[in-house]
Design a protein around this ligand. Structure first.
Ligand code: ING
Length: 323
């Protein structure tokens, strides 16, 4: 029988460095209220949606850097978002920079984090970004930095949870480009993958890719959805932040691989779709019935190898491809 869930992609326009958390949270509350008015039961916000995308700068002062992280969630600035969501009985997914200390109170850890909050305001799942793109050292040759490898640690992986009447998982930004992220969730029966992103139009190491940013954005999420029989919701922080243009293209994708809703601006914008989670079933029971069709004995290399290892060169083909 159908399992309808009305989902909203709540895209954010730019957050400038001077935008303090209270005014950003007001935008989030306003988007949540707007989505609720459109019937949404679950609202998905972007990656790192409380501040500007600070990994674009090389920040040496530790206090200046730590000001971009949240030590508590909900914290003093975000409590009212949780309160309003609970009042409206709407769940949400929120991306933020997390600073935490391990139990012994010794080491400090920093993650690019996403949480899933149910309609009663309870955090039911937390995900820490695995694929951290960019670089760890200052590279002044770039028009802007992308220092996620410096400012965050990778998380342990992807865990799906039962929520909103289905099986829900999260990924963050660069994760959406790696099929492994969807498949690890797919092997947990995921029916809805929530992905926030901040994606600059320009990628300094490969400017020739810039014209394809929007195409690659939908390509990878549509593939992930279809190949794992799941809905995928991708939500951008978009527009020009501190001189850096970021793509929009927030969308809701069905397990068919088709877009069922999308944003068309690079500002704060809501796209809503009524998703029947049962639409996943025919894919999980036929073409992507993992138990029936997968052949793990042939996939070993995927886990055992990190980088590509080329076949040995042969006299008949002396060319040297670059791995
Ligand atoms: N951002 C980008 C992303 O994967 C990037 C990094 C930019 C990759 C441009 C390729 C091209 O969407 C984050 N935050 O991961």
């Amino acid at each position: 029988m159908p399992r309808p869930l009305v989902i909203a992609a709540a895209q954010l326009g730019p957050i400038q460095r001077a935008h303090a958390r209270p005014e950003v949270v007001s935008r989030l509350v306003s988007l949540l209220q707007g989505a609720h008015a459109m019937g949404a039961q679950l609202v998905v916000f972007p990656e790192l949606c409380l501040t500007t995308f600070f990994p674009r700068w090389f920040i040496e002062d530790r206090a200046e850097l730590d000001a971009f992280y949240e030590r508590r969630m909900p914290g003093p600035d975000t409590q009212r978002l949780f309160d309003e969501a609970r009042r409206l009985s709407v769940g949400f997914c929120l991306g933020y920079a997390e600073l935490c200390e391990d139990e012994e109170g010794g080491t400090v850890h920093r993650y690019n984090t996403s949480i899933l909050v149910d309609t009663s305001g309870r955090i039911v799942s937390k995900y820490r970004k695995v694929h951290l793109p960019g670089h760890a050292e200052h590279e002044p040759w770039r028009r802007f930095q992308h220092l996620e490898k410096r400012y965050f640690e990778p998380g342990p992986g992807w865990t799906a949870v039962r929520a909103f009447g289905g099986v829900v998982g999260m990924a963050i930004c660069n994760d959406r480009r790696w099929p492994e992220a969807y498949r690890v969730l797919g092997l947990q029966g995921v029916e809805l993958v929530l992905i926030g992103y901040n994606t600059p139009v320009h990628n300094p190491p490969a400017p020739e890719h810039d014209r394809l940013g929007d195409f690659h954005n939908h390509l990878v999420m549509q593939a992930g959805a279809y190949q794992n029989g799941t809905y995928v919701v991708g939500v951008a922080k978009a527009g020009e932040e501190e001189g850096c243009e970021m793509i929009g293209g927030s969308c809701i994708i069905a397990p068919t691989g088709e877009l069922v809703a999308q944003c068309v601006t690079r500002d704060d914008e809501i796209a809503v779709a009524r998703c029947d989670l049962d639409l996943c079933t025919s894919y999980k029971r036929s073409v992507f019935d993992f138990a029936k069709h997968r052949q793990p004995h042939a996939y070993r290399m995927i886990v055992e190898r990190t980088g590509a290892i080329l076949p040995p060169s042969s006299p008949s083909d002396p060319t040297e491809p670059s791995a």
